[in-house]
Design a protein around this ligand. Structure first.
Ligand code: G3P
Length: 228
């Protein structure tokens, strides 16, 4: 198995546009993530900003995700993010329709299609169980349930809204049992992470709890040990 292959349970760390995880900070944090992943055997992927993808890919051996792609092809699409360019750079996958980069349902469908054509693993973010059910027929590789009101709050979805996690698992799996269901928003410690797995999630998405931590290494280690 190649070091960049995805395994579950998965931790996907979204670096967003935080100052701490921009540029050199992204590369440094990805190195820490790689070291923790090696130590614990847990698969940990990272989603840096587009401009930081290549340096992170070149300096680490973990799965690297884009935060966004556009459903365009080669040609006249100035300013867009071309899926094939990410594959060529060595990306494993991409987030689609993160709640900070929301897409219409129709665009989610065309973006999943383009990501598949470019061999990028797709993690589509949804804010409700109903949205998850609407996205599932597009057959993305993975759907992540993230109630936006909990993002960045430190109040974990797995404890504050457990019914949303288990509801998303149930409704997505009823459409296609092969779609992996992840959850995120407010996850900051090992207890939150293991609660997510108990609810049926196959991994977590996390950002501020790691990026803004005083000691990101020990936070990542705590999350990984809870999921090992
Ligand atoms: O993509 C992950 C994210 O939106 C969750 O953010 O800061 O609540 O872990 P956070």
């Amino acid at each position: 198995m190649t070091p960049r292959a995805l395994r579950f349970p998965l931790i996907l760390i979204n670096l967003k546009t935080y100052q701490q995880s921009t540029g050199a900070g992204a590369v440094e944090l990805a190195g820490v993530i790689e070291a923790v992943s090696r130590k614990t055997g847990v698969c940990i992927a990272v989603a840096p900003q587009t401009i930081d993808l290549r340096p992170v890919i070149e300096r680490t051996n973990i799965p690297v995700f884009a935060q966004h792609i556009d459903p365009v092809g080669y040609g006249r699409f100035t300013g867009h993010v071309l899926p094939e360019a990410l594959t060529e750079a060595g990306c494993t996958g991409t987030l689609i329709s993160h709640s900070e980069r929301r897409l219409k349902l129709e665009t989610i469908g065309s973006t999943i299609k383009r990501a598949k054509e470019a061999a990028l693993y797709q993690v589509v973010c949804v804010d409700t169980v109903e949205k998850g059910q609407a996205v599932a027929p597009f057959r993305p590789d993975s759907i992540a349930i993230e109630p936006p009101e909990l993002i960045g709050t430190g109040t974990p979805v797995s404890k504050a809204r457990p019914e949303v996690v288990s509801g998303a698992v149930e409704s997505v799996k009823s459409v296609d049992a092969n779609i992996k269901v992840l959850c995120g928003a407010g996850i900051t410690n090992g207890e939150d992470a293991s609660a997510a797995l108990k609810l049926g999630a196959e991994g977590i998405l996390v950002a501020s709890g790691v990026v803004k931590a005083d000691d990101p290494r020990s936070k990542i280690l705590e999350l990984a040990e809870a999921m090992a």
